[in-house]
Design a protein. Structure first.
Length: 299
């Protein structure tokens, strides 16, 4: 297997990298992957992972919900209920933070197209990009969305979008620094960049350790905290304008984490932990299982 090994921190360039955790791919392969942590800036990443040509097989399962929209299994049904609620919340957040009722939006890693369609129905000019051919086909069939392949990111004109969104996508991107640079090029002067990622400094991440479902190796290559997300933005000419917790994620992630541990009644146990995580994020939003970051370009 061809692998990519990270020998220097992608964020700060330091080679002072220590072992952080060893995590198992509970979803597809049962393989183990090491996480490294930069001792200079604190950025955490999967130390060695399959390259672009090999990584696809780790997504190839009929119940990978982002690409198939499956309702198979209790956890995926819960995901659908929460997503229906969150689509409206995400749309409201975009309009509030961008100070726009309509505009030009690019949704990167759109999956099966639900959010892109939600914005289209609200009168926005929508472009969407997705790596998976099956997910693009689903979006076309169900929403009549012409979702483009990821190569299209190089074809869009500069400063052509008022809003760019990545909903739980950035942790998957192999060319992380190149993507940040391209986002800066594509965003208009007064536009906003919206990035949602898991928070490995959250209450549930600390509780579950190597069993935390949002480590999701090797599909998740990068493991962000509020501090390192702010550093990534600053490195690429962005100012962090706002942070918003995603408290519902703690329930779903905790249920999956209980399943990873092999515990009985993962739904009940996950519900209890999700509730504790919810209260923890109310006291301090930086403890939320996932966070939404709003970036603006430096002027």
């Amino acid at each position: 297997m061809n692998k990519v090994r990270i020998n220097a921190c992608p964020l700060c360039g330091s080679t002072n990298i220590n072992h952080f955790k060893n995590c198992t791919d509970f979803y597809a392969s049962s393989e183990s992957f090491d996480l490294g942590r930069c001792e200079q800036c604190g950025f955490i990443f999967t130390h060695e992972f399959p390259d672009e040509k090999e990584i696809g097989r780790y997504y190839e399962a009929p119940d990978y919900i982002s690409h198939t929209d499956t309702r198979k299994g209790f956890m995926n049904r819960i995901y659908h209920y929460v997503r229906s609620y969150m689509l409206s919340k995400k749309a409201q957040l975009v309009m509030k933070e961008s100070h726009r009722r309509s505009g030009r939006i690019l949704d990167i890693g759109t999956g099966t197209g639900y959010f892109a369609n939600a914005m289209y129905l609200r009168g926005w000019q929508v472009e969407a990009v997705e790596k998976s051919p099956s997910a693009r086909s689903f979006a076309k069939e169900h929403f009549n969305l012409d979702v483009k392949s990821e190569e299209a990111l190089l074809d869009f004109p500069e400063a052509s979008f008022d809003v760019i969104t990545l909903w739980h996508v950035m942790e998957h991107l192999q060319n992380l620094q190149n993507t940040w640079e391209r986002l800066s090029d594509l965003l208009s002067e007064r536009g906003i960049l919206v990035v949602a990622v898991p928070n490995c400094d959250s209450y549930d991440a600390k509780k579950y350790g190597e069993y935390w479902a949002a480590y999701d190796v090797p599909r998740h290559l990068w493991h962000f905290t509020p501090a390192t997300m702010q550093q990534w933005g600053a490195k690429n000419g962005f100012i962090l304008a706002a942070r918003h917790p995603m408290p519902f994620d703690a329930f779903y992630v905790s249920m999956l984490s209980e399943k990873n541990k092999g515990n009985s009644m993962p739904f009940v146990r996950g519900l209890l932990t999700g509730t504790m995580a919810w209260f923890s994020s109310l006291a301090k939003k930086e403890r939320s299982s996932s966070m939404i970051y709003i970036f603006r370009k430096k002027r």
